[in-house]
Write a protein that binds this ligand. Structure first.
Ligand code: NAI
Length: 333
């Protein structure tokens, strides 16, 4: 008992003195994405303090993950009354809270439940850690990012550089599928995926793949369709047991790690993300962004598009406009 008390005291000291790393909160940490995401963030040497918040089972997941012999100190927070404590002092907040799709559902079908969850969580972020970088995973991302922005505007703390919709899974899938058909190592492939994160708004720019690849029209049709419907492929394979969780946790950690490296001051950290943007006439758009100490430091233009991609862009913009408007009106009404 005494030893346990002593141990805890030391852990507390370590958490307080953890100035060398970053403080990260995961909201929705007990979920299908949240659990593997929490595990992978506990393995990240850039993280000194990891706060795991959920409305169920937060303490169970925390007890489990806290036994991993990596340096981050882990703390659990359960229920709305502990939300603010979970957020105070955080550098990065990752939000995978909310319901996932079932077969036959679109991401937009999740709006009614997830919009309210994201609004509540962002209200608390605005109050407790308004300078944190926020990574939004909860769907429909095309609407939840505008919701977050409106909540922060209402609270007078909106910084467009700090609110990022996570579209990394689309890039991860695109890299994998392109590597598969070209016989390449996926780690060496870089496919820009722009637009948004749902159906036709997911626009892979196959003309800009690195290393430079030339595809037949049949391959372009196949790849575009598979990248746009990769999420549905997993939802159907899981047959009612949820949507992508493991590949999503991997993608979320890849993106969160990039945000932390940029916060540390690393140069040339460039990834696609769905952010407040002037790349098109829409107020939010996913494209390549350079991350830095303040979040999004630079948003890159789309580059030259071929005719197929230009047609895809028009379709994507049309759908995105409606999703953005829906998110904005939800907070304004
Ligand atoms: P899940 O249902 O397994 O987990 C969600 C977690 O959120 C649960 O533990 C639940 O208790 C928690 N939660 C619910 N209300 C909450 C609240 N008010 N505050 C804090 N936590 C709350 O769902 P899963 O599979 O982890 O998916 C989570 C979200 O991520 C879904 O909206 C899903 O559509 C989205 N998603 C996004 C992707 C992307 O590429 N951006 C890819 C895959 C999923």
């Amino acid at each position: 008992m005494v030893e346990e008390d002593l141990g805890l005291e030391r852990v507390n000291c370590r958490a307080k003195g953890a100035s060398s790393g970053f403080k990260v909160a995961i909201l929705g940490a007990a979920g299908g994405i949240g659990q593997p995401l929490a595990m992978l963030m506990k393995m990240n040497p850039l993280v000194s303090l990891l706060h795991l918040y959920d409305v169920v089972n937060a303490h169970g997941v925390t007890a489990d993950i806290s036994h991993m012999d990596t340096s981050a100190v882990v703390r659990g927070f359960l229920g709305q009354q502990q939300l603010e404590d979970a957020l105070i002092g955080m550098d990065l907040v990752i939000i995978p809270a909310g319901v996932p799709r079932k077969p036959g559902m679109t991401r937009d079908d999740l709006f009614n439940i997830n919009a309210g969850i994201v609004r509540t969580l962002c209200e608390a972020i605005a109050k407790c850690c308004p300078k944190a970088i926020v990574n939004i995973i909860s769907n429909p991302v095309n609407s939840t990012v505008p919701i977050a922005a409106e909540v922060f505007k209402k609270a007078g703390v909106f910084d467009p550089k700090r609110v990022l919709g996570v579209t990394m899974l689309d890039v991860v899938r695109a890299n994998t599928f392109v590597a598969e058909i070209m016989g390449l190592d996926p780690r060496e492939v870089d496919v820009p995926v722009v637009g948004g994160h749902a159906g036709v708004t997911i626009l892979p720019l196959l003309s800009q793949v690195k290393p430079s690849c030339s595809f037949t029209q049949k391959e372009i049709d196949y790849l575009t369709d598979r990248i746009q419907n990769g999420g549905t492929e997993v939802v159907e394979a899981k047959a009612g047991a949820g949507s992508a969780t493991l590949s999503m946790a991997y993608a979320a950690v890849k993106f969160a790690d990039a945000c932390l490296r940029a916060l540390r001051g690393d140069a040339a950290v460039v990834h696609c993300a769905y952010v407040a943007s002037e790349v098109t006439e829409l107020p939010f758009f996913a494209s390549k962004v350079r991350l830095g100490r303040n979040g999004v430091e630079e948003i890159y233009p789309l580059g030259p598009l071929n005719e197929y991609e230009r047609a895809g862009l028009e379709k994507a913009k049309k759908e995105l406009a409606g999703s953005i408007q829906k998110g904005v009106s939800f907070v304004k009404k």
